[in-house]
Design a protein around this ligand. Sequence first.
Ligand code: UD1
Ligand code: BG6
Length: 371
Amino acid sequence: KKGNYDHFMQKEIYEQPESLRTTLRGRLIPGDHFKAKGVLLGGLKDHLRTIRRSRRILFIGCGTSYHAALATRALVEELSEVPVTMEIASDLLDRRAPIYREDTAVFVSQSGETADTLQALEYAKSHGALCVGITNMVGSAISRGTDCGVHINAGCEIGVASTKAYTSQIAVMTMLALAVGEDSISTRARREAIIDCLGELPGVVKKVLQLDEKMKELATTLVEEQSLLLFGRGYNYATALEGALKVKELALMHSEGILAGEMKHGPLALVDETLPIIVIATRDGTCSKQQSVIQQLQARKGRLIVMCSNGDAATMCPNGASYVIEVPQIQDCLQPIINIIPLQLLAYHLTVLRGFNVDQPRNLAKSVTTE
Ligand code: UD1
Ligand code: BG6
């Protein structure tokens, strides 16, 4: 079943142009003279009014699914104008956090069986919130237990570390934002640009996969390291967290995703000539801030690996970096789908080079059905 691949994870990373295509299939609606381009999410169409009118949207999940939700938070807020709060399922339960009838609770889960997320669903239901599922497994407990939702249709994912489900979750939640915001005239151009970009996504993802050899080369320079930091912000804070999760769970190397805006409040103390730091600085509204983060890290002789948009290396790091990863620039809110791919490849190669189990990291399970 692995075909020409050595591991399921590798196969699933390479499947992403295709898995994204199936995620999007039938869901992008071309516009015409009279009608704006739009999205059709069959499972949500009867509930969009309720979501739009809710007082708050809660995103609830664990692990990679939580990161996918985080990556789309800003866009959902922008297009829906409803505040979005983030909840790790176990923490919501630990706090018995207040949830109201006027809330929309969105449960994100690849398997649809994660115990914490499922319990959070029962909790939110008992408080009367509208419960929406974003799941991959049709017929799973969360898919069945939610009031409505969207199947991401990424296909079966076998590697314990989630890859193709992550990118499809982001694509679906982007469509959710577009659907909730579809009646606004002022955001029409923005929405249409995002819809065009979604259509082009599989092709761009295919291009990014060509970075594989470069990522393998980068991995060889990191094999012996104890630790790897990733700095991100804005849409790509989630990319930093998700990249770090991949490295730690697979390559068994300490790794931490850091919100770059917090750099001066602690992490800067760790910076020296030896600790490798990946800075995600692709072009968007926050990239001039990332440019100054890079300057400050360089002033402290940090060992920088910079991810930037094609052609931006000289402007983003004029003093050079130990390594540059250039990626194609797409719509800012969809950039996390592109940016995670080199990091998935990096984690994959690091794991193989360090001799650890790629598809079944020690102590971990694909679906965590106990608390
Ligand atoms: C559905 C069909 C798809 C068909 C398409 C044609 C299913 C599973 N999907 O896709 O095969 O090609 O119509 O129009 O039969 N739901 C939840 N919670 C979740 C996920 C989904 O309640 O976590 C519900 C939805 O609200 C919906 C149903 O499950 O009622 C199917 O969802 P989805 O597969 O996303 O719907 P379509 O894309 O319309
Ligand atoms: C497990 C998996 O920890 O559960 C992760 O190893 C996954 O890859 C997490 O992100 C959440 O799973 P799910 O199925 O709810 O998305």
